[in-house]
Design a protein around this ligand. Structure first.
Ligand code: CUA
Length: 167
């Protein structure tokens, strides 16, 4: 007996398994919607590696980290995370309210984190790479920045403060 090609058996999928396949597809749609809302409506930013540097020989703006005023209310801020001293350099920064600050952060040695409280600035800091994100400060106040990745005995001491003051 020979089977004709038209009489191919149908693929049998258990109804229980079919429901899990449906559930998985719905989950994927929910995740895609969540990422879209986070990125376009809530302003989530993904830090991209801005440039590569030599962590043993930081040159240019890194020789004198800190704030650079590019034009009124527009700043670049260079911060070095360092675990020889377990601190961010600089540790205190002050900008007037309404300022747009672009953060450039790198590490001289090991991996750190950089999170600016009450903002969407949260980046991984990797030696040899510069992480970059931008934020506009519309409210006066203190914005502590902390290391969010365990980096050794001084991890808990790694913090600084960005203060936003009246114009
Ligand atoms: Cu630096 Cu934790």
């Amino acid at each position: 007996m020979s089977e004709s090609p038209a009489a191919k058996p149908k693929l049998h999928v258990d109804p229980y398994e079919k429901n899990w396949m449906r559930f998985t597809i719905i989950l994927l749609i929910v995740f895609a919607a969540a990422v879209t809302v986070a990125g376009f409506a809530l302003g989530f930013q993904v830090p991209s590696p801005e440039e590569r540097v030599d962590p043993n020989n930081l040159t240019g703006p890194w020789e004198n980290p800190g704030l650079r005023e590019l034009s009124p209310d527009i700043y670049d801020l260079y911060i070095i995370a360092n675990s020889a001293t377990w601190q961010f350099d600089p540790r205190d920064v002050e900008v007037p309210v309404g300022s747009t600050v672009t953060f450039y952060v790198t590490s001289t040695d090991i991996q750190h984190g950089f999170k600016l409280q009450d903002t969407n600035i949260n980046m991984q800091i990797v030696p040899g790479q510069v992480s970059k994100l931008t934020y506009t400060f519309d409210k006066v106040g203190e914005y502590p920045y902390i290391c969010t990745e365990y980096c050794g005995v001084g991890h808990a001491a790694m913090f600084g403060t960005l203060t936003v003051v009246e114009q």
